[in-house]
Design a protein around this ligand. Structure first.
Ligand code: NDP
Length: 246
């Protein structure tokens, strides 16, 4: 018996990196899983096929988070394919740097659309299908609370916005038994932030444990919050960052 047997999950941005690891982990715990992607259709289909090979249902859905209709469409497709929805993981995100005077209005709006508005709209659509014991887990960032270098104000703003959203939704949904939490990864080895990348060494020096996290490290915490063991945790921020902000 897995901890998530019978649960239906939607993970946004599940084709690669942290989202793919979360999808695999939730499925390993017994959940059926839908993932969204923007561009990586092949990679997303591969993740879904791997999960189906383990006996769970899995589906990959093309849904650009920058499109305000994507959340509702992805939730509807998940409910149609999996028969319902119990767990929403808002993981899809973009990391674009630049000082605000260097960014265009379109740049700023794109970052807000993908990292914030899409989270609001997917959550709003998902809530309509939730029963008692459902879960929203947002993927934030260690940069939500500390910004150690220039050029990251917009990204940090989008991630700290998720903290307010998480706490407010925890209040709104508490009476229904749904929990809402935000997991803050630190430097985590993915395409977005490769452990062998040009900017890795400076980050590594700030990590108390001395090394990057893996996507599986983040997935383990998401699986815990999604499970019955996480039932009394809501409105919380969980740093999974190797102590980078310690
Ligand atoms: P990756 O860039 O490795 O993967 C991003 C995922 O999000 C992909 O599946 C991608 O889909 C999807 N995605 C991106 N834009 C869109 C969009 N417009 N619509 C739908 N899906 C989209 O990132 P990570 O796995 O590293 O990051 C996952 C989350 O963790 C993000 O929210 C990020 O901000 C956060 N985070 C990551 C950290 C790190 O060090 N890696 C640190 C702190 C937070 P596709 O393949 O189709 O492009």
């Amino acid at each position: 018996m897995g901890k998530l047997n019978g649960k239906r999950a939607l993970v946004t941005g599940g084709s690669r990196g942290i989202g793919a690891a979360i999808a695999r982990r939730l499925a390993a715990e017994g959940a059926d899983v839908a993932i969204t992607y923007q561009r990586s259709a092949e990679a997303a289909e591969k993740v879904a096929a791997e999960i189906r090979a383990t006996g769970r249902k899995a589906v990959a859905i093309a849904a650009d988070s920058a499109d305000s209709r994507s959340g509702e469409a992805a939730v509807a497709a998940t409910v149609a394919k999996l028969g319902g929805l119990d767990i929403l993981v808002n993981n899809a995100g973009i990391f674009e740097t630049g000082k605000i005077e260097e960014l265009s209005l379109a740049d700023i709006e794109r970052n807000l659309a993908v990292n914030v508005t899409a989270v609001v709209l997917a959550s709003r659509a998902a809530i309509l299908h939730f029963g008692p014991g459902s879960r929203i887990i947002n993927i934030g960032s260690c940069l939500a609370s500390q910004v150690p270098a220039p050029g990251m104000a917009i990204y940090a703003m989008t991630k700290s916005a998720l903290v307010g959203l998480t706490k407010g939704l925890a209040r709104d949904l508490g009476a229904t038994g749904t929990t809402v939490n935000v997991v803050h990864p630190g430097p985590t080895d993915t395409d977005m932030n490769p452990a062998a990348g040009d900017h890795a060494e400076g980050q590594r020096q700030r990590i108390a444990l001395g090394h990057y996290g893996t996507a599986d490290d983040i997935a383990a915490s998401v699986a815990f919050l999604a499970s019955e063991d996480g039932r009394h945790i809501t409105g919380a921020e969980l740093a999974v960052d190797g102590g980078v902000n310690a």
